[in-house]
Design a protein around this ligand. Sequence first.
Ligand SMILES: NC(=O)c1ccc[n+]([C@@H]2O[C@H](COP(=O)([O-])OP(=O)(O)OC[C@H]3O[C@@H](n4cnc5c(N)ncnc54)[C@H](O)[C@@H]3O)[C@@H](O)[C@H]2O)c1
Ligand SMILES: [Zn+2]
Length: 677
Amino acid sequence: MSQAILQQLQQLRQQLEDYSYQYYVLDNPSVPDAEYDRLFRQLQQLEAEHPHLVTADSPTQRVGAVPLAKFGQVSHNIPMLSLDNAFGADEFSAFCKRMADMLDSSAEFSFCCEPKLDGLAVSIRYENGLLVQAATRGDGYTGEDITANVKTIRAVPLKLKGASVPAVLEVRGEVFMPLAGFNLMNDKARATGDKVFANPRNAAAGSLRQLDPKITAQRPLMFYAYAVGAVEDPVQLLDSGSHYQRLMQLKDWGLPVCAEIRLVTGAEAALAYYQDIMQRRAALAYEIDGVVIKVADLAQQQALGFVARAPRWAIAFKFPAQEMLTTLLDVEFQVGRTGAITPVARLEPVVVGGVTVSNATLHNQDEIDRLAVKVGDRVIVRRAGDVIPQIVSVVLEQRPDTVRDIVFPMHCPVCGSAVERVSGEAVARCSGGLFCAAQLKESIKHFVSRKAIDIEGLGDKLVEQLVDQQLVKTPADIYSLDMAALVGLERMAEKSALKLLTAIEQSKTTSLPRFIYALGIREVGEATALNLANHFSTLEQLQLATLEQLLAVTDVGTVVAEYVNGFFAEPHNQSVIAALVSAGINWPAIAQQAQTEQPLAGQTLVLTGTLISMGRDDAKAKLQRLGAKVSGSVSAKTHAVIAGDNAGSKLVKATELNVAVWTEQQMLDVFTQYGVI
Ligand SMILES: NC(=O)c1ccc[n+]([C@@H]2O[C@H](COP(=O)([O-])OP(=O)(O)OC[C@H]3O[C@@H](n4cnc5c(N)ncnc54)[C@H](O)[C@@H]3O)[C@@H](O)[C@H]2O)c1
Ligand SMILES: [Zn+2]
């Protein structure tokens, strides 16, 4: 029996040691705090049942971890301790009762209530008002010398304000990373493929414990003071009165002190403070994992004293954990209304931040690669504020043998069309825009809109009804709607149905640019649709266009070319297009339009000299858009030479051949007239 307990103790201590090493020394914890706290409590419980088995080196008796040898060492003459935890109102009451019993007093306590900032503790030493040294907490007695790093934090004064500063003052407080800076830093890191920090506490610790202070200087760190260590000459300013007054004194000396700190009377009021801060937790500029409630009266603090690793007069009253351990059961792929395919993690349900979570987003393939996560893995889930739950990391040491890779689908799980991911984009999409049920409402709304096929009276509400009642499964179905189907709809009298049927009939006569735009190809707006129509003249040519041919079109780059190509390569889209054409949609041949829409059609122009108002490529593109052919050499067939500054031989040749010469201004006038400027 006792052997089994010894073994269990040994195992728990070893596990906690390992976790502490990863957390404090490597700044890279492998499990969430809640998991550490759970094991820690198990150990505490076991030790309480068998007090003779408590060892001096048990994690329950010690603080933090030994400092890293690569840093200089700093001893803390007044040790930097940890805090006991309370996980609910009952535990908080027990804390108050324990103190009342010890002091044999029934008077209400005066409490200093403070947010429990999630960063790392540092001690900063000022001599005669000047910052001379800064250290981490380390094991509570010896910390790491991080003076140069702390000096890079702008909030930390290098010199204290005021005349009456003590000869020696050790300020203790938390270095942390405010959320805005943390998110910005991670966004940048994600974009450049650098290390992404799992949470602001790791980011703060990893940024501060750097051998190169230049790296620390680039990190958005902040500091709040919450205690004092050694004080010499005079001590009165800090040693009389309350902890709260101490903090106000530190503030007067120019040290930053958290604005949320309150002095309250009684346990009720401290509980109310806890509730209030918890309500506002998500709106704070920094992450906190609870509040710290401290007996404010310094004489009472003195009388209560310390146990092995924490003062008796303070408690960390924790909030529900925002990170928990769970299992990734499966990954499903959801298709959004614009065709974006998002991997969604199905999780073993777990309470995170007070809410049961069973799904988390995995964003995209890049995120899956970055996490290197597999189905069956033990994962850390994070839910902060109203943000959608995320998987922050995998606990590799708990990976079972049965894990399997997450395979991104090649075909849309909703409609079976090919999945495409164009160059430089993280998001994969279903390419069956005209066919996919997930995208249907959006694609129909776009198809019938005014600048597209333009069916008056077919508004968003009506589209939704038509789709919900399965009267319309692709845009082509609009053209088989009849009176019988329409009058069955909400608020659709015979008269308005008739009007709608007429509008549908009228929409059949359209133009090629409108039709191309109506297809809803990603990144193809009106202007691109017009360019595509002018370039290829017929729908058939456009459907057959290769990537290279598409890239030759004005204003078409790789992304647009890939989307257009992918769209027409999808057979589902082709069959809807065929159905639309056989329903009677038609447009005049583009050549007829060319005469009216392209004022420079049939003209060959030559650009020479330096243009002032725009680059030559730009001018060339605009002339082409108006139908001109832009040539590099002057001949008798040239319609006009456009001469910029310092025009040379081409201008001479034009004069010789009696070819018209335009000034740059004349060209600009043409652009203005036809609206291409
Ligand atoms: N995930 C892991 O693997 C792992 C490993 C080890 C420790 N931990 C976490 O660390 C905790 C233990 O760490 P700890 O000993 O630093 O204790 P703690 O974080 O529970 O409390 C003490 C610390 O709170 C901080 N603090 C913030 N605001 C404060 C304020 N206003 N006043 C006083 N202190 C304030 C200080 O840094 C202080 O050192 C565990 O509860 C666990 O959550 C996690
Ligand atoms: Zn689809």
